[in-house]
Design a protein around this ligand. Structure first.
Ligand SMILES: Nc1nc2c(ncn2[C@@H]2O[C@H](COP(=O)(O)OP(=O)(O)O)[C@@H](O)[C@H]2O)c(=O)[nH]1
Ligand SMILES: [Mg+2]
Length: 461
């Protein structure tokens, strides 16, 4: 397949130490020769320090040539490493375009790499995940995806299906040879083993998605209970404005923290209560919407004033301002030793008042930080219900999960109807399962899927 020569900035736009301009396609070497004004025989993958001639000025840059097929895209590729700076990079790109290339679209280099057989679709997605990784766990699972762990196990299942399909097709060609009882048992056993393995992949993907996407948490409660203070305490920041004026937080404030390799995205919301203030009312509507979109809700309240916000979402009841109770205790008692005992008595009376579904609240002080680490652990345990095994492989990509689910559905049909329907219907189901699995690596993916995936990539990748 031959494509036009394309060019893009591979480094982020803006001022930097180095800017890398990447050119891919048949004309890339010839364009590079024109820019350095020399018919240089480029040795593969060797850096040359050369004068580059762009517009009406001359600068120095490093130029390297990767001949096809040993390049990222599989085509002839030239990379020009110039002085960082938006203007210079722009001028080089304009020059390359005037010499016969065109600007690349987002992800076009990677798309070419896929179309030229340099990488599979899941590997291309893994590269994007590595670029976007913010935690060591995200990076770990993305690099494993890139190394082909998923593809290997999926291809094994495809090969197993191919063997079973070959047996079925043979029987279809010779109708006089029917499946014997033992052959049926054997084939069904093989199909069920594949189904179980795929089901396990989907079940475990819950953790995979948490690792990749993080967890969204809404902090809700009445005005002034300390929602903004809690966001700041959990994220060790001053992101949200804290005052004793009710209605300070109007829009949703976002901040995040990492705990055990997982990203927790917090959404501090306007205090939910009956308000007549127009702006505050909009904030309250947004708070309610935020609850809908979150994975977990922290229902925050002060001691002896339970949170009135109801939710069916997974939630944790958090009682804030426990330092005030400590102060009260200290004033009231001669003996500070009684202090923790009295807190637990107060906490107990508080607990009895609360309704059934919101038992076991956690007691904290966003002001002193007391109980905040325990809250982080509690949030983690509420979300991660099964252990994350670092040695295991998790599906982290929704597209891959959907492909596995589709394959499992076809397998399930084949298994259910194996003894009651014709073999050509079973064969069609198994072929569909095979095709669904092939979409992960891209061997059976159609152009729309491929275009959709690469359009999410950044320019120059
Ligand atoms: N004593 C005490 N005061 C707190 C605590 N958390 C918040 N506050 C105070 O309560 C007031 C309201 O806090 P803020 O975080 O703005 O509440 P929000 O309206 O729920 O966001 C401020 O004066 C905070 O300093 C706490 O744990 N202890
Ligand atoms: Mg607030």
């Amino acid at each position: 397949m031959e494509f036009e020569t394309i060019v893009a900035l591979a480094t982020p736009p803006g001022n930097s130490g180095v800017a890398v301009v990447r050119i891919s396609g048949k004309k890339s070497k010839q364009i590079a020769q024109k820019i350095i004004k020399e018919r240089l025989i480029f040795e593969p993958r060797k850096m040359y320090l050369k004068k580059i001639h762009v517009k009406n000025f001359v600068d120095y840059a490093l130029v390297v040539f990767f001949p096809s097929p040993h390049s990222y895209t599989g085509e002839d590729v030239v990379e020009i490493q110039a002085h960082g700076g938006y203007f210079l990079a722009r001028c080089i790109i304009d020059e390359v375009v005037s010499l016969g290339a065109r600007l690349a679209t987002a992800g076009e280099f990677s798309k070419r790499a896929f179309l030229n057989g340099k990488m599979s679709l899941d590997q291309a997605e893994a590269i994007m995940d590595i670029i976007n990784a913010e935690t060591d766990m995200q990076a770990k699972f993305s690099t494993e995806l890139l190394q082909g762990n998923l593809r290997e196990s999926i291809e094994n299942h495809q090969n197993e299906l191919t063997d079973i399909l070959a047996e079925i097709e043979a029987k279809l060609d010779y109708p006089e040879y029917e499946f014997s009882a033992s052959e049926t048992t054997n084939t069904l056993k093989k199909l069920k083993t594949i189904e179980t393995s795929l089901n396990n992949l989907v079940a475990d993907s819950k953790n995979g998605l948490i690792i990749k996407n993080g967890v969204k948490i809404a902090i809700v409660g009445a005005p002034n209970v300390g929602k903004s203070s809690l966001l700041n305490a959990l994220t060790k920041s001053e992101k949200a404005i804290v005052t004793d004026i009710a209605g300070t937080t109007r829009d949703v404030v976002e901040a995040e923290y990492q705990y055990n390799g997982i990203i927790f995205r917090l959404f501090d919301t306007a205090g939910i209560h009956d308000s007549t203030d127009t702006v505050e009312k909009i904030g309250i509507t947004r708070a309610i919407k935020t609850i809908d979109e979150c994975d977990l809700v922290l229902r925050l309240s002060e001691p002896n004033a339970p949170c009135q916000v109801k939710t069916k979402k997974p939630h944790i009841d958090v009682i804030n301002k426990m330092d005030l109770i400590s102060l009260f205790d200290k004033r009231e008692t001669e003996n500070p030793q009684c202090h923790s005992e009295q807190i637990s008595t107060l906490c107990h009376s508080e607990r009895v008042k609360r309704d059934e579904e919101s038992q076991n609240p956690i007691y904290i002080s966003a002001k002193t930080g007391e109980g905040v680490d325990e809250l982080k652990q509690l949030i983690f345990e509420k979300i991660i219900t099964s252990n994350i095994d670092q040695n295991k492989f998790y599906l982290t990509n929704t597209r891959h999960i959907e492909c596995v689910k589709a394959a499992t559905a076809h397998l399930k049909n084949a298994i259910k109807n194996f003894n009651t329907t014709t073999m050509d219907i079973i064969s069609a189901e198994l072929k569909s399962a095979w095709t669904a699995l092939g979409e992960i690596s891209g061997t059976t993916a159609n152009e729309t899927i491929i275009d959709k995936i690469f359009s999410k990539f950044c320019l120059g990748k």
